[in-house]
Design a protein around this ligand. Structure first.
Ligand code: MF3
Ligand code: CO
Ligand code: CO
Length: 251
């Protein structure tokens, strides 16, 4: 691989492993009775203990070290001492590590105790949509192919794709070009190239795709209050595929 890509891949790999490691620890306390501010504290400390910073903390005024988005919260939920996870909830935890100046961004949706059959299917479909998209990534793929594969798969299962938020280029900057849409038409858009690093992070709703932002200026919810799930990986494009920088040790 081109020498120029070597450093960015190596650095993103380090940040990605730390972010994924934080989520592996979160998994252990994703149980009924846990407060979302306990998840925040765990993330803050885990990142700190691994020589990293939380990129979300104070990012555009965001007050916490991770996002915790429960049930009908689509993304950017703010951890709080008032929010206690209960049996049947689903919660997305989104962690971005900043290590040696480079970012690794990943999220998973956890099931709290036993969840409904519908919620389980939503979470599984969202995860599979992300992994199906990752499978087709390689040099010269049009960005539209990523959106199309996610949208086709998710809609065939009867769910909808959020359009108000997208994946993003990432590196020394937390969010940069290109925007990676999770819906669209195959064969359209910019061609991705070897060496590019970006996230794919589909948000999938049980009901309609529309979202709105609550008065705190951050929390995005489904307009129809239906459940929403999300998974996110940071990946680097290679000639014949891609490297996932934020894989869990466990999964
Ligand atoms: N990690 C989120 C993403 O996937 C962004 C969170 S920004 C915050 O892009 F400020 F809300 F934390
Ligand atoms: Co992201
Ligand atoms: Co994220």
């Amino acid at each position: 691989m081109n020498q120029n890509f070597k450093e960015s891949f190596e650095k993103t790999r380090l940040a990605g492993i730390i972010a994924a490691g934080a989520l592996d620890e979160v998994a252990k306390i994703a149980i009924p009775g846990t407060r979302t501010d306990e998840i925040d504290k765990l993330c803050y400390e885990f990142l700190n203990d691994h020589g990293a910073y939380s990129a979300p903390l104070f990012y555009r005024g965001f007050p916490k070290s991770c996002c915790t988005s429960t049930n009908h919260v689509v993304c950017h939920g703010i951890p709080s001492s008032d929010k206690i996870l209960k049996e049947g909830d689903i919660v997305n935890v989104d962690v971005t590590a900043l290590k040696d100046g480079w970012h690794g961004d990943t999220s998973r949706t956890f099931e709290i105790g036993e969840v409904s059959v519908k919620a389980k299917k939503l979470v599984k479909t969202t995860y599979e949509a992300l992994m199906k998209a990752i499978e087709i990534v390689k040099n010269d793929l049009p960005l539209g192919d990523i959106g199309a594969i996610i949208q086709n798969y998710v809609e065939a299962e009867g769910f909808s794709v959020v359009q108000d938020f997208c994946g993003h280029g990432i590196g020394k900057q937390f969010h940069k070009e290109p925007n990676v849409l999770h819906y669209g038409k195959a064969g359209t858009g910019e061609k991705i190239k070897t060496g590019m690093i970006f996230t794919i992070e589909p948000m999938i709703n049980l009901g309609k795709f529309e979202t709105k932002i609550l008065n705190d200026g951050w929390t995005a919810v489904t307009k129809d209050k239906s459940l929403s799930a999300q998974f996110e990986h940071t990946i680097g494009v290679t000639e014949d595929g891609c490297e996932i920088f934020t894989l869990s040790k466990n999964k």
